[in-house]
Write a protein that binds this ligand. Sequence first.
Ligand SMILES: *Cc1c(COP(=O)(O)O)cnc(C)c1O
Length: 353
Amino acid sequence: MEIKVQLTSNPKTKPNVKDLRFGNVFSDHMFIMDYTTEKGWHDARIVPYGSISYEPSVMVFHYGQAIFEGLKAYRTKDGEVVLFRPQENFKRLNRSCEALCIPKLDEDFALKALLKLIEIDKDWVPDAEGTSLYIRPFIIATEPHIGVHPSNSYHFIIITGPVGAYYKEGINPVKIYVESKYVRAVVGGLGEAKASANYAASLKAQEEAAKKGYTQVLWLDGVERKYIEEVGTMNVFFVIGDEVVTPMLTGSILPGITRKSCIELLRSWGLKVSERKISIEEVFEANEKGLLKEAFGTGTAAVISPIGELCWNEKSVSINNGRIGELSQKLYDNLTGIQYTKLPDPFNWVVRV
Ligand SMILES: *Cc1c(COP(=O)(O)O)cnc(C)c1O
C-alpha cells in the first residue's frame, strides 16, 4: 500500500528543550489510515497534525473500543534517530486488536508507516540529555451507530511529540500505595490489552492514593486481592535475596516491552529471574527478614522507577532506605545506554530511522 504525504504549509515553532514536559506538544504531522468492512485497511496518509471531526454517534464515544501503544524515538550522539524494539509494539497492538474485536494491522506496514512519519518529523526529535520523541499509535472505532457490536469502521492514527527527561534531578524513588479496594483488571478481561478502558478503570484508585500522598498504586489480583499484578502503568520487579521476581503474565497483567527487556538483560548477566506468582504478604515478610533489597517499576516513560516506600493495610515499609538500588540503577543505565546507542546493542533491539 502506498502512503500519501501532504506536508504542512505552516510548520510550528519547536519548544525550547528546557521547557519540555510530557504529552503537551505535538509534532507537525500525523499518520492516519481508515478501515471499513468493504475495503479493509486503506487510504494510508501522512497529513499535518490537526483536529479530526466525528459524528457524536461514533462508537468509540459510547462503547470504548479504543486501544493504543506507546514508544519513543531517541536522538543518538551522532545525530541519528533510532527506535527501541518497535516491532514489539505493533505485535502487542495486534494482540489488543484481537481482544477488542478490532481488525488487525499488517505489522510490517505499520512499522514502515511509523518510520516514514518519523523521517518527515525528524527535526522534532530533541537532542538534549534524556529527552525523546514520544510516539502514540492508537486505533478507535469510528462507525456512527448506537448499539453494541464491534464497529464496522476504524481509524489507525500515529501522533508524536517531543518529551522532556523523565528524571531531571536524578532518579527519585516513589511512594506506592498497595490497593486492596479497587482492581484494575481480572483474568478473562482486558488487562493484557493496552486498552483505553483499563485507564478509565484506574483513575479512581489513583486519585484516592494521590490524596493520601502516594504517587502510584500497586494493583493486586482482582479475585483474592493477594497476588501482585503491576504498579500504576508499569510492570513491577522485586529483588528478594539473590532472586529477581516479577509477576508472571496471568492474563490480567500488561506484557510490558521494558519488562521483557529487563528480564532478558538480567538473565544475560547471569542473574536468577523468576516470573511467578508473588503475594504482597511475601514481599512484606521478605522485608521483615531483611531479604527485600529493591523494588522497581518498568515502562517506556520512566524506564525504571524505583519504589522507595510501600503502604499496605495502613502499614508502611521503606525499601533500600528510600534510595535507588544497585540493580535498578544498572538496568536504567544499560537500557538507556542501548536506547541512545551509547552502549553496544547485543540483542539487536535498536532500529534506525
Ligand atoms: C504500557 C503499559 C506498561 C508498560 O509497557 P512498556 O511496553 O514497557 O512501556 C505497563 N503496564 C500498563 C498497564 C501499561 O499500559
